[in-house]
Design a protein around this ligand. Structure first.
Ligand SMILES: O=P(O)(O)OC[C@H]1O[C@](O)(CO)[C@@H](O)[C@@H]1O
Length: 449
């Protein structure tokens, strides 16, 4: 089982010497990351995590997951950004497409990833009559969206079960010592899991942040960590000639410097939609700063070929494409002959749906190459917990190296604060009086025109 990277379909857009030229830069980026040096070096805990993770806590995650499965019909995962995208990606990719509708499964719902009252109302509606547990996840413990959702769900739980029983159904994943959530968890006696202080949100899927919800969904987290460990060893050498993760990092930078501004992550399996969402946060927050970075976007083909395909083929030439492909679908559905053949599809008789999907992918790749879109390929032999773990680490490593090559700090996200500052000022939070005054003046100016 493995994850492979290749860029053969990008070679007509670049010279092989360009890759060679990157080899020394890649080596020094590798040495920087492994030597715990450089910008953001306080956030490198994820590098050795697959071999160094806390085994005792890992076992506790598994037993909490089976307790939740026994005590509840549904788990509500409250978090935003890196505190929900990894588990959402794994559950969508690896579970039954309609996981929550299958009898016997512990349903998993997400909250706190938006501020929509409609969403909360409808979620509470769906939960009527069900026994529930909560896993609230926030590294800082102060992020508005999950804090707001937790306020609502805590009250809901205490009303439904009483304080004592609610306590047994609330699981908190947060910083080891700091933050409002840690304080609350200590006061209330909730069971807690730790987000290591040297692992940022977007690098946290293989910590309890991702692992508890993933295990509750019935997935094998031992296999996931085994895949991540294999990937750790595979991408632990600085040689660009043999390190696919570093090749991916270098090729992205080559095309960025040639003026490409968007990387489209392309999938042909709907279950991979949230893997792409997770990937967007990883690369978007890591590289989008100092007026730099490829804009990470994603499409689900063939669905989006009927909406975005036209632009990718003939619109502004901004793109590189990275196809995330599963070599062989675990499900074989053979197309049958139809006596009347009114739809004209009898030429597909005897082929499987997956063969058709693969030919759609190949045809699209060739068409997009003709439309000047360099094509990169990441292939998974199979899609399962093991290869998911491998893929996560492949991307994490590539992202750290890519951001380092780009010359940014891949581990901070200062730009996210700007909207928060405005929101707090507009809502009248204490300490934001001056900002509020300035915004009000600005808004008055806009209304005048
Ligand atoms: O886990 P927290 O601290 O609530 O943060 C959630 C998300 O918010 C961000 O900090 C951005 O505001 C992301 O980097 C992070 O994944």
């Amino acid at each position: 089982m493995s994850v492979t990277f290749e860029y053969t379909n990008a070679m007509s857009f670049m010279k092989s010497t360009e890759m060679d030229n990157f080899s020394e830069f890649v080596k020094s980026a590798h040495n920087q990351i492994h030597g715990q040096r450089g910008p953001g070096s306080d956030y490198l805990g994820w590098v050795n995590w697959p071999i160094e993770y806390d085994r005792e806590e890992f076992e506790r995650v598994k037993s909490a997951a089976s307790r939740i499965q026994q005590q509840s019909d549904a788990l509500i995962v409250i978090g935003i950004g890196g505190s929900y995208l990894g588990s959402k990606a794994a559950i969508e990719a690896l579970s039954h497409t309609f996981h929550n509708q299958i009898d016997g499964n512990t349903e998993v719902y997400f909250a706190g990833q938006n501020i929509s009252s409609i969403y909360i109302e409808n979620l509470l509606h769906v939960l009527e009559g069900k026994d529930i547990s909560i896993n609230v996840i926030s590294k800082s413990g102060t992020t508005t969206e999950p804090a707001l959702a937790f306020r609502i769900f805590r009250e809901f739980m205490e009303k439904k079960y009483g304080e004592e029983e609610a306590r047994k159904r609330i699981y908190v994943t947060t910083d080891k010592t700091e933050g409002a959530l840690r304080t609350l968890a200590t006061e209330e006696g909730y069971e807690t899991f730790v987000i290591p202080e040297d692992i940022g949100g977007r690098y946290s899927v293989l910590t309890p942040v991702g692992l508890l919800p993933i295990a509750v969904a019935g997935l094998d987290i031992d296999q996931m960590m085994a895949g991540a460990e294999a990937s750790y060893h595979k991408y632990n050498n600085p040689d660009i000639a043999t390190n696919g993760s570093y090749q991916y990092a270098a090729v992205r930078n080559i095309f960025n410097s040639k003026g490409k501004s968007i990387e489209l992550l392309v999938t042909y399996e709907p279950g991979l939609h949230y893997v792409a969402e997770w990937w967007k946060q990883l690369f978007g927050e890591s590289e989008g700063k100092d007026v730099k970075g490829l804009f990470p976007a994603s499409v689900n083909f063939t669905t989006d070929l009927h909406s975005m395909g036209q632009y990718v083929q003939e619109g502004r030439r901004l793109f590189i494409e990275t196809v995330l492909q599963i070599k062989k679908s675990p499900v074989e559905r053979t197309i049958q002959a139809d006596a009347n053949n009114i739809d004209g599809l009898n030429f597909l008789t005897g082929k499987t749906m997956d063969e058709v999907n693969k030919m759609a992918a190949l045809g699209t790749t060739l068409a997009h190459i003709d439309g000047d879109v360099p094509n990169l390929l990441i292939e998974l032999d199979e899609l399962n917990e093991y290869t998911f773990g491998e893929l996560v680490y492949f991307f994490e490593k590539a992202c750290a190296i890519s951001g380092t090559l780009l010359g940014v700090n891949p581990f901070d996200q200062p730009g996210v604060e700007t909207y928060k500052k405005n929101m707090f000022a507009l809502l009248g939070k204490d300490g934001y009086e001056e900002e509020r005054k300035q915004l009000e003046e600005r808004l008055a100016e806009i209304t005048k025109h």
